[in-house]
Design a protein. Structure first.
Length: 471
């Protein structure tokens, strides 16, 4: 039985890694090509659109999160068809109302033309994104990972094809790229609906009111929604401070560096999508061992991903010379994947599994407050841009460490050594890359530290593998 579950988990991971690998490659290609073609100012407008789109996921007010938490680990065939049909219709109505509100707001308020275009795109984007999220969550919680992987892959492949067409025909306007993104979202939304069609499209079985269910979903999910919203604001507040204090151009330059890390984070976070329904089916008395195993594997993978920095820094300065001043920030922003990835895969997933959403909310609110206070102080002091970048890393590191310590205490597990190793490796990475100008010497210094780390960590992972195999 355990072997069957392990085989199923590995299979689901392979689907998730493949689809998000495609997403990572395509998004990386686009983010490296777009700024070279459309110029710094147009790219800054594009980044403003993607910045707003980060937050449209809160506009279901925890409704979808409540469904995610309540039904995580359930079988698709056992879901209440009548209930989910009504859930869909209610969410659809809510998104259409919000669509109208955003368009009216953009029409009635005076703002530059590019901002009106951005708000128009966001209005359509919130409908496509949140309806797709509803269907994707259904696929995730019922472990229909293959279908979920297809949706993710189609979304990015379509986006790439549309962007290529725009480039081929000479399009150099952020508006056309925004349309490409929206059409890809719409198509992937339709595909995700198709996979869930049997749950949604059928004769209305009862006419009972479902307001009580809506309230129940929101009351369960609002803490997770606010936690996720606060999580995105941790970086968002600092980005807004950069945009307000240094202007749209520097905002665009830093956003490019953040985009590279964010795409890697999208790939990393996909692991938690597979883990959550799997962990919901594990007995509570086995959670401590599961936590330790996941922690060891995740730490190894996240530290190993820092090696990607070196080929990127070999290529990017030649490919995007107009952003040469911004690449120094990569040294600081790249390690954010270690802390953010650790939080998403380990702390976030475990707290949702153990139904500790309130504690998850507290950690994100605390880190948001730290980020907000730090941004305010830096703006008042008229600090250099580099300090805002450091603030991003410190805010994420603080949240990651505190949340891991909390979960470890809950499960009566010691994580101190793991945290120390993680901090030491990140410190070596930053110091060696910041102080030494030669990329080769940077690689040698970090490479030596990594070989020592990989040797010690590899033994632990091999032991985990043998324990699972022998069960």
């Amino acid at each position: 039985m355990i072997k069957l579950k392990s085989d199923s988990l590995i299979k689901n991971f392979s689907y998730t890694f493949f689809s998000n690998g495609i997403s990572l490659v395509i998004s990386s290609l686009v983010v490296f090509v777009i700024p070279k073609i459309i110029g710094v100012q147009q790219y800054s407008y594009w980044q403003l659109y993607t910045f707003f789109m980060m937050y449209v996921g809160i506009l279901h007010f925890g409704w979808i999160d409540g469904i995610y938490l309540k039904f995580g680990g359930k079988s698709f065939e056992l879901l209440d068809r009548d209930l989910f049909q009504k859930e869909f219709l209610g969410i659809l109505l809510l998104q259409l109302v919000e669509f109208i509100i955003v368009l009216v707001y953009a029409d009635l308020h005076y703002m530059p033309s590019y901002r009106k275009e951005v708000f128009s795109g966001v209005a359509f984007g919130l409908v496509f994104t949140n309806l797709r999220m509803f269907f994707q969550y259904i696929l995730q919680i019922t472990t229909k990972v293959k279908e979920y992987a297809v949706v993710v892959s189609i979304d990015r492949i379509c986006y790439l094809l549309f962007v290529v067409l725009v480039i081929v025909f000479g399009g150099k306007n952020f508006y056309l790229l925004m349309v490409c993104d929206l059409v890809a979202r719409a198509l992937s939304m339709c595909l995700s609906f198709y996979f869930c069609k049997s749950l949604i499209v059928h004769k209305i079985e009862t006419s009972r009111l479902f307001l009580k269910n809506i309230w129940n979903d929101i009351s369960v999910g609002y803490k997770l929604l606010i936690a996720n919203f606060a999580s995105t604001l941790i970086i968002g507040v600092i980005r807004y401070g950069i945009q307000d204090h240094f202007g749209i151009t520097k905002f665009g330059r830093v956003s490019l560096m953040l985009s590279i890390s964010s795409f890697i984070m999208t790939f990393i976070s996909a692991v938690s999508l597979v883990l959550f329904p799997y962990l919901r089916r594990i007995a509570v008395n086995k959670m401590d061992t599961t936590f330790i195993n996941i922690r060891e594997i995740v730490t190894f993978l996240l530290i190993s991903m820092q090696l990607l920095y070196y080929p990127l820094m070999l290529i990017l300065p030649y490919w995007l010379p107009q952003y040469s001043q911004s690449f120094k920030y990569m040294t600081i922003l790249f390690p954010m994947t270690v802390f953010d990835g650790k939080f998403e895969i380990l702390s976030n997933t475990m707290m949702k599994t153990l139904r500790l959403e309130k504690n998850l909310l507290y950690f994100n609110i605390f880190s948001l407050f730290f980020s907000l206070l730090g941004t305010y102080i830096l703006v008042v002091l008229d600090a250099k841009l580099i300090y805002f970048v450091y603030l991003i890393l410190v805010s994420l590191a603080l949240r990651s460490i505190l949340s891991v310590v909390f979960v470890s205490k809950k499960l009566k597990v010691n994580s101190l050594a793991d945290i120390v190793v993680e901090l030491v490796m990140v410190a070596i990475f930053i110091v060696s890359n910041w102080v030494e100008s030669s990329l080769l010497i940077q690689l040698v210094i970090f490479g030596i530290a990594y070989l020592i780390f990989a040797t010690l960590s590899g033994r632990k992972i091999r032991k985990i593998y043998l324990n699972i195999k022998n069960k």
